[in-house]
Design a protein around this ligand. Structure first.
Ligand SMILES: Nc1ncnc2c1ncn2[C@@H]1O[C@H](COP(=O)(O)OP(=O)(O)OP(=O)(O)O)[C@@H](O)[C@H]1O
Ligand SMILES: [Mg+2]
Length: 432
């Protein structure tokens, strides 16, 4: 038997679930106890007590006794003046006086000639009795003699203390959940490439998770730093001998010089690409609020000015998004650069919703086959050598850098087929 269907009705949040785990057994227990206790105990006791007072009333009203008044006084039963007209139409009790129901029922069963009862308050009971042709009698006695105490007090106590305990549990639980929320927030921010100050607190388990998170974050940051340092170190160190080489080559005569210079240019480009990749998200320190279609428009305009056949065709929604501008600009320029290199025409569109930002770059080139998209995103991977033969020297880093930057914003780079142009469709999707 599975409980899949039950999941739909379960609260999503940890607080809701914890509250349910706490409240459900308590409420069930209270209900069971109150039903059993009130029903069995109070009803039984009330019935016994009322039967006793009924017996006393019967005794006083018994015609065999002469001195009714003295006996009534002894038994604390007050006979009050009344008339047939004063007998109420129906029994009277307060709606929440549940033991009153039992009192009236028992009186009706046991008092001879019983007519009506009026349970005035917690202390007084009036009943009217008429036997045969005798005049109506009105008898007053203390309510405490007919039922133990009022069970509704128990109900009120239960509800009030139940509410009080729930409130205390709520406050306590909220404090317990706060450290978990802080940890979630810190991890989420780190996933989006932001470093948020965080110190573990709360219950032992939460603190342990917090420390584990801090260790992990420190290790990842160290690794990123090392990667950046290593790659930029290599790239930087290669530049000096390259410059020397260029100088020596310039001394040669033209026929020998040109191919060598081309090679040196290619190497220079390669090194620049390495540097770019190494920098990744690292260079522009903190993300800043960025005005959205405006920023994309700027990049597209810059590219168009540089002679790239690109245009911003579709904009949906507007607003501020927190972004690393330099990094995102590089990612988009890589995608647009690819579109230009592998196609002839490029279209950019922006869709901004409450939850996410999507920047789409489409072209009319050959696209990338579904099976090769994963590979194309890996660093230093260039697909299909034939396609790349006359497309200059790429390193195979453009898509890897763009994917890295998207990930650094807590998003993804998705590749697909352009519906309008037929070439590659590259989407950078970032959660807001
Ligand atoms: N718009 C596109 N249309 C068709 N194929 C593409 C497109 N963009 C990328 N590719 C393929 O994916 C491979 C990887 O692209 P990537 O941008 O990472 O490297 P690159 O463009 O070859 O070199 P560079 O590092 O200069 O960008 C490319 O070699 C190319 O085969
Ligand atoms: Mg490229």
């Amino acid at each position: 038997m599975t409980f899949e269907w039950l999941k739909r009705y379960m609260p999503d949040g940890l607080y809701g679930r914890a509250a349910l785990i706490l409240v459900l057994p308590v409420v069930t227990l209270q209900l069971v106890v109150s039903v059993v206790f009130i029903q069995r105990h109070f009803e039984g006791v009330t019935e016994q007590m009322t039967r006793e007072i009924a017996r006393q009333i019967n005794t006083v009203l018994d015609p065999e006794w002469d001195d009714d008044a003295r006996l009534a006084e002894r038994l604390s039963l007050d006979f009050l003046p009344t008339s047939a007209a004063q007998v109420p139409e129906a029994h009277i009790r307060r709606w929440y006086d549940f033991s009153g129901i039992v009192v009236i029922r028992t009186l009706d069963q046991h008092v001879v000639g019983f007519q009506r009862a009026h349970l005035v308050d917690d202390w007084t009971v009036h009943i009217w009795v008429q036997r045969g042709n005798e005049p109506v009698q009105m008898i007053e006695f203390n309510r405490k003699r007919a039922s133990a105490s009022n069970p509704h007090q128990l109900l009120v106590n239960m509800v009030v203390f139940g509410a009080l305990m729930t409130l205390i549990a709520y406050l306590y639980l909220r404090n317990q959940l706060r450290p978990i929320k802080r940890l979630a927030k810190a991890s989420e921010a780190f996933g989006r490439g932001r470093h948020v100050a965080y110190s573990p607190s709360g219950a032992i388990e939460v603190r342990a998770a917090g420390h584990a998170f801090l260790d992990m974050r420190a290790r990842i940051e160290r690794q990123i730093e090392q990667r950046t340092m290593m790659l930029s170190g290599i790239s930087h160190d290669l530049r000096t001998p390259l410059t020397r080489l260029r100088l020596s080559v310039s001394m040669l005569d033209d026929t020998e010089r040109e191919p060598l210079e081309r090679d040196i240019d290619d190497m220079q480009k390669l090194i620049d690409a390495f540097l770019d990749f190494a920098r990744g998200n690292a260079d522009s320190a903190q993300p800043e609020p960025t005005d959205m279609p405006g920023f994309a428009q700027e990049i597209v305009d810059d590219c168009a000015r540089a002679g790239v056949p690109v245009s911003l065709v579709d904009v949906d929604g507007a607003g501020q998004v927190t972004l690393r501008q330099t990094a995102l600009r590089r990612a988009l320029e890589n995608l647009i650069g690819n579109a230009e290199r592998y196609g002839t025409h490029c279209e950019v569109s922006v869709a901004l919703t409450e939850k996410s930002l999507r920047i789409r770059v489409e072209d009319d080139g050959p696209g990338i086959a579904a099976g090769q998209r994963g590979a194309a995103l890996r660093p230093f991977v260039r697909l299909d050598p034939a396609r790349n033969q006359d497309s200059g020297t790429g390193v195979g880093l453009g898509l890897a850098i763009a994917a890295d930057i998207a990930r650094g914003h807590g998003g993804v780079l998705r590749l697909g087929v352009s519906e309008t142009l037929g070439g590659l469709r590259a989407d950078i999707v970032i959660a807001r």
